[in-house]
Ligand binder design. Sequence first.
Ligand SMILES: [Fe+2]
Ligand SMILES: [Fe+2]
Length: 153
Amino acid sequence: MDNKLQSVQKITNEYINESNDKVKNASHAYGVSGFSALLAKKRGLNPTISAVAGLLHDISFIRTGTYDNHDKQGADMAREILSGTGLFEAEEIEIIYNAILRHDLRQEQHEPYDEVLKDADIIYPYFTQLPTEPNPSVADRLAKVLGELLHAG
Ligand SMILES: [Fe+2]
Ligand SMILES: [Fe+2]
């Protein structure tokens, strides 16, 4: 049982339930969370931290219905939510804050936890929506993470 993850799931569920497109929001939040945990485990990082970042990465969109500034606003919301649980260390909150803040900077490289979230945010939609032609701006990142997951020993 992971209290940290479960407590954030509970809070996320409440926001999803108040949102316009509940199924899509739930699917994306939980899908990206799951792939984030998988990638974190594979890269020697803490899967819970990444699972939480994945759950909350689009929390601003879920709450406001717009992607405008959703990275910065979502990072701020996540910080507030995580502080409110009383379950997270300051360092953990900072890692999650930064990952959410940078999650749309897909053409750049940042810290390991940032990269896990960026990759998961691409790979989950890839597997569930199966685009025939991936957006060229993420094609390199997608190819790299697919290689990592499917072909690495
Ligand atoms: Fe996003
Ligand atoms: Fe997303």
